[in-house]
Design a protein around this ligand. Structure first.
Ligand code: VG1
Ligand code: CO
Length: 546
């Protein structure tokens, strides 16, 4: 049946639909430009293999534009011969839950509507991410092909106007397409129950162990309510800001000490809670806090690696771990002791997919509050929260003590990321390209009292398929194992964001309890001198310090 198909011509293609670190991310206003969303969806439907007759999982983090986009995708999918769309009540689906659904239902692909941790609402951002049949972000070869398709697009196909019933589970057809609306929380909760010791965690939470979880008015609210307050018995109110709102309540759903400051103050400034955590807009990031203790995400990956066998889903041990290049080497030290391989990939979850699919790694993570495992092919915020709770339930020690013991066993990687957000694009690229050109001359030069051993632009050869990805960040590796990395963000929507990553290792015999900014102070001033950060950005301090 093709009677309902409309063919809409485009006067000219949109030139700016190049996906970044994780999908196409633009302002909500841009996505409301007539035919803009449709153009990108058309390119996806023309490019992803097996779409005709296939199954698509579609949902998003609930931000402004979510429902409209699901309607457009469903009608366009119907016009392209997609057999089935699986979506969720209210269209609310976290990125990790979407990854799980794609895998569970053996879907052809998924389309996730989110700009992750970027603010939402009519004045905020919107985004479209494409995931493949393994549940992971599309590889660069596919996103490049989608982009290429947008460049010459002369029109798109869409089914006639159709109202969707998204509020309750059920089935509906659009032409030959079956639209199935399911509860978005059930399958994810079932997966978590397979991995973690719910009895042990419930027992921990029954005692004197108050927790605070901040859903930041984003997608994890319904999942966290069901898991933490429902199944695990945490007192009502343990999950804060639990109702997903189209504009995230005006907040910036990025779980770090700056944007999740209410939670940070509760944990860092009082003894009221034993454990605190927050997730981002689409539920794939996590921040972990203990009483007066912030767990650096790079350290978090190392602690999960060292303690994995305490968790039922990982009791048999790990095949390997991976971290993104800018993430500290804390996990490397643990992997070495465990005798398992450790891989270093470029930034972005898509690079972990091949390693996970090939069984080469079990855990992986990024410094940007992302942690995950082979249970799905995305990072997973609530999974990390449950992993920590499972460890705490077994070890019965405060978070701060677990960190102290970890450092005294493995040494400490002092680590910080300084973000300079929304700087003029010219200034950012000028600064970056200048350092890039200087790289060959830097080797052997003195830097913060050490010597620069290696200066390069990170490139990665995928150990599974041999593909090469270059231009992934400027690295200055010093002779004592310290390093500084510069990168330009691939997820911002305003101007450019410069990220400066700083790392310095102290062995177990060294000073393990300094403030990281103080411990890294000489690196911070040396990179400012070398890259002329303050003068070229016109900013005297970073927007966000992690
Ligand atoms: C940032 C992080 C990166 C992460 C990406 C997507 O990218 O640094 O580690 O994978 O966001 O996360 P960039 O290019 O801005 O540094 V999310 O939560 O947006 O899916
Ligand atoms: Co995210």
């Amino acid at each position: 049946m093709t009677s309902g198909v409309h063919q809409i011509p485009l006067d000219q293609p949109f030139s700016d639909q190049k996906p970044g670190t994780s999908g196409l991310r633009k302002s909500s206003r841009q996505f409301e430009t007539p035919h803009y969303l449709e153009s990108f969806i058309e390119a996806i439907l023309r490019t992803v293999p097996g779409i005709a007759g296939g199954t698509l999982v579609v949902g998003g983090d609930g931000r402004y534009g979510n429902r409209r986009a699901i309607g457009v995708i469903a009608r366009m999918a119907a016009a392209h011969g997609v057999a089935r769309i699986i979506t969720t009540t209210g269209g609310i689906l976290s990125t990790p839950a979407a990854s799980n659904l794609i895998r569970q239902r053996q879907a052809t692909a998924g389309i996730i509507l989110s700009a992750s941790h970027n603010p939402g609402g009519p004045e905020g951002d919107f985004g479209v991410k494409v995931n493949g049949a393994n549940g992971g972000p599309a590889p660069e070869s596919l996103t490049d092909a989608i982009y290429a398709c947008t460049q010459s697009l002369d029109g798109y196909r869409i089914w006639e106007e159709t109202a969707l019933a998204l509020d309750t589970p059920g089935q509906q057809s659009i032409g030959n397409l079956q639209l199935e609306v399911i509860d978005g929380v059930d399958d994810y909760v079932a997966l978590m129950q397979q991995l973690f010791d719910f009895d042990a965690i419930a027992d921990l939470l029954k005692g004197d162990f108050p927790i605070a979880f901040d859903a930041m008015h984003a997608v994890t609210g319904p999942y966290a309510k069901r898991l933490l307050e429902g199944l695990l018995g945490a007192p009502a109110g343990s999950v804060r800001n639990a109702v997903p709102l189209e504009d995230f309540g005006g907040g910036h759903p990025d779980p770090n000490l700056t944007y999740a400051h209410e939670l940070a103050e509760l944990l860092m400034g009082s003894d009221a809670y034993r454990f605190g955590a927050a997730c981002d807009g689409d539920g794939d990031r996590n921040m972990i806090l203990g009483t007066r203790c912030f767990v650096n995400p790079s350290d978090s990956l190392a602690v999960l690696t060292a303690n994995a066998t305490l968790v039922p889903g990982y009791a048999a041990g790990l095949s390997g771990v991976a971290r993104s290049m800018p993430t500290s080497a804390a996990a490397d030290v643990v992997a070495k002791e465990l005798g398992i391989p450790c891989f270093e990939t470029p930034t972005g979850w898509k690079f972990f997919g091949n390693l996970l699919d090939a069984g080469r790694i079990t855990l992986c993570g990024e410094e940007s509050f992302g942690t995950g495992s082979n249970h799905i092919r995305e990072k997973d915020g609530l999974w990390a929260v449950l992993f920590w709770l499972n460890i705490l339930a077994k070890r019965r020690e405060p978070v701060a003590q677990i960190m102290a013991e970890h450092w005294s066993r493995f040494g400490r990687h002092y680590y910080s990321r300084h973000d300079y957000e929304a700087i003029a694009s010219d200034a950012a690229h000028g600064l970056y390209n200048r350092v890039k050109e200087m790289l060959p001359t830097l080797v052997g030069q003195s830097f913060a009292g050490r010597s620069i051993a290696t200066a390069d632009d990170f490139a990665y050869t995928d150990p599974v398929d041999g593909s090469l990805t270059s231009g992934q960040g400027l690295r200055l590796l010093l002779d004592d194992g310290s390093r500084v990395v510069l990168r330009l963000s691939g997820t911002g929507t305003q101007g450019a964001t410069l990220r400066v990553y700083l790392e310095s290792y102290v062995p177990p015999s060294g000073n393990l309890h300094q403030d990281p900014q103080a411990a890294l102070g000489d690196l911070i001033s040396a990179i400012d001198n070398l890259a002329e950060i303050k003068t070229r950005t016109g900013m005297d301090r970073p927007t966000v310090i992690t």
